[in-house]
Design a protein around this ligand. Structure first.
Ligand code: ADP
Ligand code: MG
Length: 448
């Protein structure tokens, strides 16, 4: 064991990046150089939209995957292989169905080579701490989701990790169960009933981050990068309804809904040279949202104007569900978002007061004016004599800029949007995109 002062960082990320090589040989950057320190005594929330690289970053800290470049330091020493100080709680619980609760909890200790007797004793103690008393011999399938995740917590905590990592640990649970477990974990942490020195929680829930964390590190996507590193100084237990709480939620919301905002309080780089940032992405990253839901959302906005966060509450929508819709509407210039407030743009106003044909026309104009991928598909179609394109062509164009999965999503979105606007059609069985002569709009595509 290395002796440490209280403020020495547990984990230091020095210019850590991750990229993956596509089957076509292209390198896709998942995370730009990340500089980050995790210190004892703090709960850090890693918050960001899906695909921003939160899980990837956590896995690198845990030593489950190596960085492409840069270094992960554990107690100031380069990490090689699995991080001995880390245990992970997964969203999916990741329990072995053929093992009892006790056996599942013992697993981590067993992997560390703990002899049978102390292993059992430590596991039983953690089972008690975590509220699983009496369920030692139950099998996972006999337990509710909340109880299963307790097993996940007990298994991670039994090894007494210095850093407890949790990847969206509450998101598979119902709202009430999640809230109970959240506060129980907070109790254990605040009352120091668990030996963990620091907690890293990956989440896409703003409120969850503000409830639990001492620091919120906001990630952006394409490529993943740190956009803000915000201290949370509100005392526990935090009141969701208090003005200070709401102000912080609004602030984070603002950062998340402004993908183009400059970094807020960028974290001080750790002294290490890092490679220059890659070329900016040529394509916008289109949120995976159907035009129908954008239309529905705009109709909800009619006669309403205001705070995004409170709108989400009013509509009982998770912030993370609403963000992509807002982002899509912003891309199409149908809404204006300022300082966390959203309102219909003049085009958006016109959209909701129009009938279906006029709506299609509006979307057509907006797509050709603002969405690069749609412009490109449309131009390529016009250039082809038979006015047909194989989807592979578009996917190949996209794949240098996105992962294969994300390229497919971008393609699907561009197809959905273009189809709605009757710019082009798509034949699923043959995978061909084609212009429909009868509906070809007389629109000139201007250069973006
Ligand atoms: P988050 O947890 O924030 O949703 P992830 O870290 O899971 O994000 O993924 C970030 C990006 O990296 C995604 O676009 C995902 O598709 C991509 N990705 C993750 N793992 C791999 C992999 N093994 N190969 C290729 N791409 C990957
Ligand atoms: Mg994830």
């Amino acid at each position: 064991m290395v002796t440490q002062s209280l403020t020495d960082p547990l984990i230091t990320l020095q210019g850590v990046t991750k990229s993956y090589r596509q089957p076509n040989g292209q390198e896709v950057i998942i995370l730009e150089p990340i500089h980050l320190m995790l210190r004892p005594g703090e709960i850090v929330a890693l918050l960001g939209p899906s695909g921003s690289g939160k899980s990837t970053l956590m896995r690198m800290i845990a030593g489950l995957i190596p960085p492409t470049s840069g270094q992960v330091l554990y107690h100031d020493r380069p990490l090689v292989g699995l991080n001995p100080g880390v245990a992970i709680v997964f969203q999916s619980f990741a329990l072995y169905p053929w093992l009892t609760v006790l056996e599942n909890v013992e697993l981590g200790l067993k992997a560390k080579g703990e002899p049978a007797a102390p292993r059992r004793q430590k596991a039983l103690k953690m089972i008690d701490v975590i509220g699983l008393d009496g369920f030692e011999n139950a099998y996972p399938k006999e337990l509710s989701g909340g109880m299963r995740q307790r097993v996940g917590f007990a298994r991670a905590l039994a090894v007494e990790p210095e850093l407890l990592c949790m990847d969206e640990p509450f998101s598979a649970l119902d709202v009430l169960t999640a809230e109970n477990l959240r506060f129980e974990l907070l109790d254990l942490w605040l009352e120091r009933r668990i030996p963990t020195r620091s907690i890293l929680i990956v989440t896409h829930g703003i409120e969850e981050a503000v409830i639990l964390a001492d620091r919120i590190v906001v990630l952006g996507r394409n490529p993943g990068r740190i956009r803000a590193d915000l201290p949370v100084t509100l005392p526990h237990y935090r009141d969701r309804k208090s003005p200070a709480f709401q102000a912080l939620v609004d602030q984070v919301y603002k950062i998340l809904t402004h993908p183009d905002l400059q970094e807020i309080e960028p974290p001080a780089p750790v002294s290490t040279p890092h490679e220059p940032s890659p070329e900016p992405t040529k394509y916008q990253s289109l949120p995976s949202v159907r035009i129908g839901s954008i239309a529905g959302f705009l109709e909800l906005l009619e006669d309403r104007q205001g705070d995004l966060y409170r709108l989400a509450q009013e509509f009982l929508m998770e912030v993370d569900d609403m963000l992509p819709i807002v982002e899509a509407a912003q891309f199409l210039d149908l809404v204006a978002v300022r300082e966390g407030d959203i309102s219909l743009s003049s085009v958006g106003q016109q959209f909701i007061s129009s009938g279906i044909d006029e709506r299609k026309h509006i979307v057509r104009t907006q797509l050709l004016a603002h969405i690069r991928l749609v412009q490109q598909i449309y131009r390529l179609l016009q250039a082809k004599r038979d006015q047909r394109l194989p989807e592979e062509l578009i996917l190949d164009i996209l794949e240098p800029h996105f992962t294969a999965k994300e390229a497919q999503r971008q393609f699907n979105t561009a197809i959905d949007w273009g189809r709605y606007a009757e710019l082009y059609s798509y034949d699923e069985p043959s995978g061909e995109i084609f212009l429909e002569a009868a509906t070809t709009p007389e629109l000139v595509v201007t250069n973006p």
